[in-house]
Ligand binder design. Structure first.
Ligand SMILES: [Zn+2]
Length: 294
C-alpha cells in the first residue's frame, strides 16, 4: 500500500500546483504524509455530505475539484461548517487534496472530460497556456461535433449525458441553428466570451451564465455582420454537472497509476449531486399575464 505522500506526488504530477491560478488554493488541505492509502474518493465539492460519504466508504483520501478554504481562514472550529468538515476528516484519518484550476489547465483536464462526456472531438484549448510549447494545455476547449446537429439537439444531448441536475440546460440563441463547432469550459465560463467569439464556434457550453453578459454577448453576436452563419448559441449547464466528468477522468488516471505501481488502490467517484440548486419549475405557458413565451 502506498503512503499518502506517494499518492499526492502522483496527483501533483498530473496537476502541478504551480499551474493553478494565483488566486487559487490547491494542494493537500488535511493529511498525514506517512499514512497508508488504500481507498480514494473523487468528488467536485468538499462538503459535509461528501465527507460523510468518504467516512462510510472507508476512504483514506478524498480528492475534490473545489477548494475547502479558497479565501483562507482563521478557524477550523467544529462549530463552523467548514471546520466540521476538517474535524470529520481528521477524526476518520481521511486526507483531503484539491486540484482546481491546475486541473482545469491540465492535458487532459476538466474541459477534456466535459468534451468527452458530450462526445465532442477536442481540437485545441480555448485559451492556450503560453508556457506550454505544444499548445495542448490551457482553459476551455474548442471542439468539433462528429455529425452536425441543431442547438436544440445539442442541448438535449448535454441534458442526457451530463449527470442530472435540477437546472438542466438553458439555451440562449436560435434553437434550430446548426452546430458544427463548440467551445466548452467546465465551471463558470463567462470570462472567456472574448476567446469564444474569436474562436468562431457555433455554440459555447459552460455554467453560471448571467443576464447582462449573455444579453450583450447575444446582441453582439447577432449584430456582427461578418459572420457567415447563425449567431453563436450559449448553453448554460449546472456548474457541478460540467465539472463532475473530471472526477471520472481523474479516478481513471489514478487507477492507471495504481496499476503501474502495483499499489492496488480502490478508486471511487461520488455520484452524490452537490449542485446547490435542488428544484426547477418551468413556467406554465398560460400562467403569465404577458401571454405564452415564444
Ligand atoms: Zn468549479
Amino acid at each position: 500500500m502506498p503512503r499518502l505522500s506517494e499518492v499526492i506526488a502522483a496527483l501533483d504530477n498530473l496537476w502541478p500546483a504551480e499551474r493553478a491560478e494565483s488566486w487559487d488554493a490547491v494542494g493537500t488541505v488535511v493529511g498525514e504524509p506517512g499514512q497508508e492509502v488504500s481507498r480514494v474518493l473523487f468528488a467536485v465539492d468538499p462538503v459535509q455530505e461528501i465527507v460523510d460519504e468518504a467516512v462510510k466508504l472507508g476512504a483514506d483520501l478524498l480528492v475534490t475539484h473545489h477548494p475547502l478554504y479558497l479565501r483562507g481562514t482563521t478557524t477550523v472550529a467544529a462549530s463552523t461548517f467548514k471546520g466540521r468538515v476538517v474535524h470529520t476528516l481528521i477524526k476518520n484519518d481521511i486526507a483531503l487534496h484539491v486540484a482546481h484550476t491546475n486541473a482545469d489547465a491540465a492535458d487532459p483536464g476538466v474541459s477534456d472530460a466535459l468534451a468527452g462526456a458530450l462526445d465532442l472531438s477536442v481540437v485545441r484549448p480555448l485559451v492556450p497556456d503560453p508556457s506550454d510549447p505544444e499548445g495542448r494545455r490551457g482553459l476551455g476547449r474548442v471542439c468539433e461535433v462528429r455529425h452536425p446537429l441543431t442547438v436544440r439537439e445539442f442541448a438535449a444531448r448535454a441534458a442526457e449525458r451530463l449527470p442530472a441536475t435540477a437546472q438542466g440546460i438553458r439555451v440562449a440563441g436560435d434553437p434550430e441553428a446548426t452546430v458544427r463547432t463548440v467551445a466548452v469550459s467546465g465551471g463558470s465560463g463567462d470570462s472567456l466570451f472574448d476567446h469564444v467569439r474569436a474562436a468562431g464556434v457555433d455554440a459555447f457550453l459552460t455554467a453560471d451564465l448571467r443576464h447582462h453578459p449573455v444579453s450583450e454577448f447575444s446582441a453582439f453576436s447577432a449584430f456582427s455582420a461578418n459572420r457567415a452563419h447563425s449567431p453563436l448559441a450559449l448553453l448554460d449547464a449546472a456548474h457541478w454537472a460540467t465539472e463532475w466528468p473530471w472526477c471520472e477522468l481523474g479516478a481513471a488516471q489514478l487507477d492507471e497509476i495504481s496499476d503501474r505501481n502495483g499499489w492496488d488502490l480502490r478508486v471511487h467517484v461520488s455520484k452524490t449531486v452537490t449542485d446547490p440548486w435542488t428544484a426547477h419549475v418551468a413556467s406554465a405557458p398560460t400562467s403569465s399575464a404577458m401571454g405564452a413565451p415564444n
